[in-house]
Write a protein that binds this ligand. Structure first.
Ligand code: FAD
Length: 515
């Protein structure tokens, strides 16, 4: 086994090469860091796939307090207001930082950024790039900056499989890839592994995003938070291709409407209509689908013939699936898109385990509460990467003791849990469905096969969803349709998860025996 140590011992190890991981590495420079990425940088990560852009109050009629207010409304009472204030106020400066780094945002002739409108934003404040290719342009510039930074050692095609704990403290990271296993000796680990969409059958996320970092952190003893809040995007392109292409909210922001097979605009009576918060639109679409209707996005009048120019990547995805968006209806359906929950972190990005930080989608800062405001995640990744870097820089580097040889766990495989999780913890949930999912994923989570880590994360999501006896934000219980006045954010750890799952299984077995 290759002990990555010699040259790298004691260096912080950043796991994940999306925007959050790369920005953390850049902010730590000139301190030497190791960056582990499962795939080639800038390709298989949500950051590179983003279409809309980053939310920041840069317009003359806008203000960070308005951005904050919209964020808190979307968060449905569970956002951490202090964190939300910090991030929304830091957003305009973060955009300037990215411009300095070389990101070419779309601008008007006078140099002012062009601003898009997305759901539940009271102002046009989405700063975009390359039309609908924000992520591509963002990652082009950031990856280039990272490759030019000598303090960052990049290991592409190396996957973190385990955080090594010795004598109760973080001692290293066990990774594996095509070139074999490697151990990095370090007391400082940053998890930036992105979202969990890959745990669901229908998702907009790259396949590599299935919450592996959450499993690594949970097995290292960290508390996870707000796990039940999974955002389903209402307008993923319906079809057989996995992951599903996303049709950004910005298309509805430009006037496209939702219709069914009869041409009826079935969301017209919902407050905010097509631009109501994502969770609301996703539920209306889901219900309409389950009632047997077909659902389409109608962009023929607006943006109509401007579609190709304003949304070239989305237009290409539609054409590839056989639809001309300027002339034909586009079939859509909700798909798992973003995780508000994640590794619980404090205002410096520290998890509950000393030596373990998290940022980006894998972290739960409290910004999003029960529901993320559109385009608030890239900006959160940029802003919080700076806090993490500052905290990591001053922290204990570990004892640097060579580690004993450990066989790395097998490559994780989320496939066996997707259908159970999608059925039980999808757009609409209830007690019966959640319990069935527990019985399906618990045996896998308890084992040590390839699906153990994905099943563990799925199990934690389901236990959190079962415990929240109300409907709020993205978490909708058909058996508890109202909001509870007592609701609070909730955390969950590995031991509690298994204890709760066994108790629930035992209850169900006893009920079955009595029936
Ligand atoms: C299609 C789409 C469109 C979106 N549009 C927007 C938008 O317009 N605006 C917005 O704000 N947000 C948007 N989002 C959400 C946003 O993209 C993500 O929340 C954000 O990019 C997360 O960044 P990240 O760095 O945390 O994760 P990612 O960019 O996903 O990067 C995580 C990386 O870590 C890797 N990884 C995972 N596990 C391991 C491991 N064990 N070892 C090594 N590497 C690992 C993954 O393969 C991945 O490459 C969108 C998401 C999607 C999917």
């Amino acid at each position: 086994m290759n002990q990555g140590p010699g040259a790298f011992a004691g260096q912080p190890v950043i796991v994940g090469g999306g925007l959050a991981g790369l920005m953390t590495a850049l902010r730590l420079a000139p301190e030497p860091v190791v960056l582990l990425s499962k795939g080639p940088l800038g390709v298989e990560c949500s950051s590179a796939w983003t279409q809309g852009g980053l939310a920041a109050s840069v317009a003359d009629d806008d203000d960070p307090t308005l951005h904050l207010a919209d964020t808190l409304v979307a968060g449905d009472g569970l956002s951490d207001a202090q964190i939300a204030m910090r991030i929304t106020h830091a957003a305009p400066a973060a955009i300037e930082d990215l411009s300095r780094l070389g990101v070419r945002f779309d601008r008007a002739a006078d140099g002012a950024p062009l601003l898009g409108l997305e759901a539940a934003h009271s102002r046009r404040r989405i700063i975009h790039a390359a039309g609908d290719g924000a992520g591509r342009e963002l990652m082009r510039a950031v990856v280039e900056a990272v490759r030019l930074t000598p303090s960052i050692t990049i290991f592409e095609d190396l996957e973190a499989r385990q955080i090594v704990i010795e004598d109760g403290a973080i001692a290293g990271v066990l990774a594996a890839g095509a070139s074999g296993p490697a151990i990095f000796v370090t007391g400082r680990v940053v998890i930036a592994t992105g979202g969990i969409g890959g745990l669901f059958t229908e998702t907009t996320n790259p396949d590599g995003c299935f919450g592996q970092g959450l499993a690594l952190a949970a097995r290292a003893g960290a508390a996870l938070a707000d796990l039940e809040f999974v955002q389903f995007h209402p307008t993923a392109l319906a079809g057989t291709v996995r992951p599903a292409a996303l049709i950004s909210e910005a298309v509805r922001g430009e006037g496209a409407v939702l219709v069914d097979e009869t041409g009826r605009r079935f969301v017209a009576n919902v407050p905010g209509a097509e631009l109501a918060p994502r969770d609301v639109v996703a539920r209306v679409v889901w219900r309409h689908l389950t009632e047997g209707h077909k659902v389409f996005l109608d962009a023929r009048r607006k943006p109509g013939t401007r579609f190709e120019q304003r949304f070239p990547a989305i237009a290409a995805a539609c054409h590839a699936a056989g639809y001309d968006p300027a002339r034909q209806l586009i079939p859509i359906r909700p798909a798992a898109h973003y995780h508000m929950g994640g590794i619980a972190v404090d205002a410096a990005g520290r998890s509950s385990v000393p030596g373990l930080w998290a940022c980006g989608e894998a972290a739960c800062t409290g910004l999003h509460g029960a529901n993320r405001l559109a385009s608030n995640s890239l900006i959160e990744a940029v802003v919080s990467a700076a806090w993490v870097a500052e905290s990591v820089a001053g922290a204990f580097a570990g004892r640097g003791k060579p580690l004993r040889e450990i066989v790395p766990p097998p490559p994780p495989d989320p496939t066996p849990i997707r259908s159970a999780l999608s059925r039980g913890a999808g757009v609409l949930r209830d007690d019966g469905g959640l319990r069935l999912t527990i019985s399906a994923v618990l045996p896998l989570a308890r084992g040590n096969g390839p699906s153990a880590d994905p099943a563990l994360v799925g199990l934690m999501i389901v236990i959190a969803a079962l415990r929240r006896l109300e409907s709020r934000g993205a978490h909708w219980r058909t058996d508890f349709p109202s909001r509870s006045a007592m609701a609070q954010r909730a955390t969950l750890r590995l031991d509690e998860t298994f204890a709760a799952a066994h108790e629930i299984n035992a209850e169900d077995a006893s009920l079955a025996r009595r029936a």
